[in-house]
Structure formats: C-alpha cells, structure tokens
Design a protein around this ligand. Structure first.
Ligand code: ADP
Ligand code: UDP
Length: 235
C-alpha cells in the first residue's frame, strides 16, 4: 500500500490518501503538544510506540467485539486504516479523578470512582474542545441518538477491556480519550489509544507513565513511553 497525497497534518499524526478511497495511511510523529497546542516539544520514539501500541490494542478490542479502523501495520510509524468521517466528539472515560476533572471538582488526583464516568468534548481546536453533553451534540447535529448510543456502549466496552488488560501489566488506567468515526453507516473506533491519550499510572508507585510527564515537565518522558511499551510485550 502506497501513500498518495497528504490529506491532513495534525498535531501528532499525518494522514495520507491511498489509491483506495476507503483506505488512509496514518503516519505517527514524535511531535508532542499540550494545552491546545500552546506547549510544543518532541518525544523521541513516541511515533513508533504510539503506532504499534494503538494497533496492538485495536486488534485486542476487535477480538472483544469493538469494531475499529485498523487494517494493517505497514511499518513502525505507519498504518493503513479505514477512512472514516470522524464524529466531532472527544469521548473521555474516567475511572479515577485526574486532570481537568480533579480541578473542576476540587478533588485530589487518584480518587477511585464508584463507577466509570463518560463525558464528551466538542472536537474543535479554535474553541479549545469545550465540554458538552449529549443534548448539545444532538441539538448541534454532531451525531444522531443512535450514534451516541453506539459510541457510549463501545466506549464503556473499551474501558472494560483496557482496564483489565492494563491491570495485568500492573498499570492503572486512570482515564482516556477516544474518537469514533462513521464507516459505511457504522460507528467504529478510530484515531489512537496511547500514552498521549490515556493516563496510565504504575499500580504500586503511582508513577505517571503518560503524557502528563510532558505536560507537567516531570522529566523522563521518553522512559515512561518506553516502559509502557516494554510492559505490553509487543514482539
Ligand atoms: P489533531 O487533529 O487533534 O491534531 P492528530 O495529529 O492525531 O490530531 O491527527 C489525526 C487526525 O486524523 C485527527 O483529526 C483524527 O480525528 C483523524 N483520524 C483518525 N483516524 C481517522 C480515520 N480512520 N479516518 C479519518 N480521519 C481519522
Ligand atoms: N485527552 C486527550 N486529548 C485531549 C484532551 C484530553 O487525549 O485533547 C486525554 C488526556 O490524556 C486524559 C483524558 O483525555 O487521559 C482526560 O483529560 P482531561 O479532561 O483531564 O484533560 P487535561 O487535564 O488533559 O486537559
């Protein structure tokens, strides 16, 4: 499979068209951004880790009944995926308080919830991805009721599969963001699942093994990404 034209360059990935109108190639970069692009940097080796980790997890999720955009890993950084129309919602699942939730609710980070929570942000960089609810999404015609139902069901399913899996790696899945797309009338999981989009804490030490090390200048950013990758045991 060959890249044809650069369709889109985002903050973390480049997206290329191919000969097949239903297939895109995503190319993961080492670029890192935070705070809606205000903080910029490089995390050496991140592109390959996020690409391979996403593919590994997406294959696992497919086996458990969550449809995904994954087609084929082409090399360390590049993967062929089904071209979807992205639903402009960032779907965030949380198992523990952290980040913007902890701030908003006046809580410490790391408090376990009685049950997982789900929230939506409107995927819009200019507005800074504002928090919205299902009724905003319906009113603004961002998705249909059926689509939101499917997204919600799959998102909690992703959480169950990932939580259990990360637990086996001695990692606590604190929270994460996922995106979905429309593919021939079906809702499927798209984009990525990586230390860029999840909060992952070592279960014993509570050491952060994710992008918060970059956001908060905690140091050892590359090591944290490598450590998660090592525990996944890919190859
Ligand atoms: P951002 O756009 O937030 O800077 P990225 O750098 O990760 O993010 O760019 C990748 C873009 O590709 C994102 O906007 C994402 O929604 C989109 N995308 C992810 N998977 C697919 C897919 N299968 N089909 C079409 N677009 C996708
Ligand atoms: N997240 C993400 N992209 C975003 C916003 C959030 O991948 O644009 C992830 C983030 O890494 C964390 C989860 O979603 O795992 C919840 O993030 P939160 O709402 O707490 O926002 P933050 O504190 O990162 O601003």
């Amino acid at each position: 499979m060959e890249k044809k034209e650069l369709l889109y360059e985002g903050k973390a990935k480049k997206v290329y068209t191919t000969e097949d109108p239903d297939v895109l190639i995503v190319s993961y970069k080492d670029d890192a951004t935070a705070f809606n692009g205000q903080k910029k940097g490089t995390i050496v080796g991140k592109g390959a880790i996020n690409n391979r980790m996403t593919n590994y997890l997406f294959k696992k999720l497919e086996e458990k009944g969550v449809p995904t955009h994954y087609i084929q890993e082409l090399n360390d950084r590049e993967t062929a995926v089904k071209k979807v129309e992205i639903v402009p919602l960032e779907v965030i699942i949380r198992n523990f308080s952290a980040g913007s939730f902890a701030k908003k609710m006046g809580m410490e980070e790391g408090v376990a919830f009685k049950c997982p929570t789900l929230e939506f942000s409107y995927k819009n960089d200019e507005l800074g991805d504002p928090f919205i609810n299902k009724y905003y999404a319906l009113a603004l015609d961002l998705a249909t009721e059926e689509e939101i139902e499917a997204i919600t069901k799959y998102a909690f399913q992703v959480n169950e599969v990932m939580r259990e899996y990360f637990d086996s790696l001695n990692i606590e899945l604190i929270d994460f963001k996922i995106e979905f797309g429309r593919y021939h009338g079906q809702i499927i999981l798209a984009d990525e699942i990586s230390p860029d989009t999840c909060r992952l804490w070592d279960k014993d030490t509570h050491e952060k093994l994710d992008k918060d090390r970059f956001r908060r200048d905690l140091g050892n950013v590359e090591d944290a990404y490598q450590e998660v990758f090592r525990r996944l045991g890919i190859d």
